[in-house]
Write a protein that binds this ligand. Structure first.
Ligand code: MV4
Length: 501
């Protein structure tokens, strides 16, 4: 493996490019017309245009991404997360082209993507699943029988669903008929597969997931858990490791269950096994994500393992290293997702140009970002701008660091989730670690009514003034067109020919 096509954009593309360079590999970026000037394009050794802005015609288009791999002479493709990362068809097409897919086999992706198949394998491997059906239910009468047996409320879940898509809660038998019709027709429309199955609906669980790693020579290990309950409409906002609510015994049992889950599909690469956790310590398999995840850095910080580098090494056929196999957890890490969503306006996505950016730094602070001053934030892609991740010896130290880092962060040009994070980091329930998947729904509005402190208002006004000053100065200078990606790519190629790079 020498040259990796990074089939993604934004912060994860940059993250993967950095890991490639750490491993002495060349990284080739792909970009849509909307990303011609994006940081990941400049960070790569070369870049290939794959189409217009809409993802369906660029980052989601298997043929165009494959063509870029061929054109650039890449011998591996890293899919990142989202887009084609969990497409079995894509993994298959990459391998069929004689290129290494940095991820699990197409079969493993397929098995975990079909939720009833995943539940069957879990049951066979002694991984606890939520009471319900293993096969899809044939009709509403069968659903009613099962529901009467396990008790209401139940969830109807799409077999081809996941991540909250195609899920419907049913409170009583009165609602079953209409819910079943709606669930099946929605599933058919969204996934081209109308099959649904039944699960008992658990009351206010926590969402805890286990990071697993498996090489191609038979080692499967886990690197502990991440607590991901702070979410809104299935979009995670904050993650931390370790989980505040997990005792050592439950943690060990959950880790072992996750390893069995991975082994049940002959998993290779890094992956995540999601569980729902109840207050009594009972946990249940939810689904397995067969990709690197957005929140992987919290695990990296507490285990001191580079998970993306591990992905590359595993894909190249190397066994898990000694240090990784023996890695032990140390301290506490928290991640805040900085998105271009306005918490004071129902988290609606905002658009604009990043005019001013002051990035947090210093001890225990990590900033994984896909933006720079001048970045145009539109509506074509996911609103994730950056991830702010902190480490501390204890949870209390990590919390203090996150508050300090959020104070240092200034973004002018688009509304962001930053103020929401500041409020959560000061909230008593969060500070106590007492929260579940309903935290934002229950606590969010009250939090957002907290008046801003004068000091914070002063920072915002000063930053806006600085941004305007910089804009005026830039207009007076009229700089040459150095940001142009075509120009940049040509320059990089010339530099490489001269052995500069
Ligand atoms: C559940 C559940 C309660 N009981 N299943 C939502 C996303 C999808 N992956 C599964 N989800 C859930 N499944 C049973 N049997 C509650 C959720 C759920 C959830 C899970 C994880 C993280 C956030 C969530 C938010 C709402 C509902």
């Amino acid at each position: 493996m020498q040259r990796v096509l990074v089939a993604n954009r934004g912060e994860i593309a940059l993250r993967v490019i950095r890991a490639c360079h750490d491993e002495g590999l060349e990284a080739i970026a792909v970009f849509s017309d909307a990303d011609r000037h994006s940081p990941h394009v400049g960070a790569a050794d070369d870049a290939v245009r794959i189409g217009p802005a809409p993802a369906a015609e660029s980052y989601l288009n298997i043929q165009r991404v494959l063509a870029a791999a061929r054109a650039s002479g890449a011998d591996a493709v890293h899919p990142g997360y989202g887009f084609l990362a969990e497409s079995a068809e894509f993994a298959e097409a990459v391998e069929a082209a004689g290129v290494t897919f940095v991820g699990p086999s197409a079969d493993a992706i397929r098995s975990m993507g079909e939720k009833t198949e995943a539940r069957r394998r879990m049951q066979q491997s002694d991984v606890p699943v939520v009471p319900g059906t293993i096969d899809p239910v044939a009709d509403v009468r069968e659903a009613a029988r099962v529901a009467a047996d396990i008790g209401y409320p139940i969830l109807l879940k799409a077999v081809a669903g996941g991540g909250g898509k195609g899920m419907r809660k049913v409170e009583s038998e009165d609602d079953l008929d209409s819910s079943f019709q709606r669930a099946t027709s929605e599933a058919l429309k969204a996934f081209g597969n109308g099959d649904v199955y039944v699960e008992r609906c658990l009351h206010r669980p926590r969402h805890v997931e286990i990071q697993v790693l498996a090489d191609q020579v038979g080692h499967t290990i886990h690197l502990g858990e991440r607590e991901c309950s702070i979410q809104r409409r299935y979009q995670k906002l904050i993650e931390e490791a370790p989980a505040p609510a997990l005792d050592d015994d439950t943690r060990a049992r959950m880790g072992e269950a996750a390893v069995r889950a991975a082994e049940s599909v002959d998993y290779t690469g890094v992956g995540t096994v999601e569980f729902l956790l109840l207050p009594d310590g009972q946990f249940y398999f939810l689904e397995m994500n067969t990709r690197i995840q957005v929140e992987h850095p919290v695990t990296e910080l507490v285990y001191r393992v580079d998970l993306v580098r591990e992905q590359l090494r595993i894909a190249a056929g190397q066994p898990l290293g000694e240090a990784t196999m023996a890695a032990e957890r140390d301290g506490h890490a928290i991640e805040c997702r900085i998105t271009s969503e306005d918490p004071f306006n129902a988290f609606l996505p905002d658009t604009g140009v990043i005019r001013y950016l002051q990035v947090p730094a210093g001890p225990g602070v990590r900033w994984d970002s896909g933006i720079a001053v001048g970045s145009e934030i539109g509506l074509h892609y996911d609103p994730l701008l950056a991830k702010l991740i902190v480490w501390g010896e204890t949870r209390a130290v990590a919390l203090a660091r996150m508050r300090r880092a959020l104070d240092e962060l200034t973004i002018v040009g688009v509304a962001t989730s930053q103020p929401f994070h500041r409020l959560v980091m000061a909230d008593e329930a969060f500070v106590q670690g007492s929260y579940d998947i309903e935290y934002v729904e229950r606590r969010g509005e009250a939090l957002l009514e907290t008046p801003a402190e004068p000091d914070q208002i002063r920072r915002i006004v000063v930053a806006a003034a600085l941004a305007e000053h910089q804009r005026q100065a830039a207009l007076r200078r009229r700089p040459p067109n150095h940001g142009d990606a075509a120009h940049q790519t040509a320059w990089l190629q010339a530099a490489r020919r001269d052995g500069l790079r």
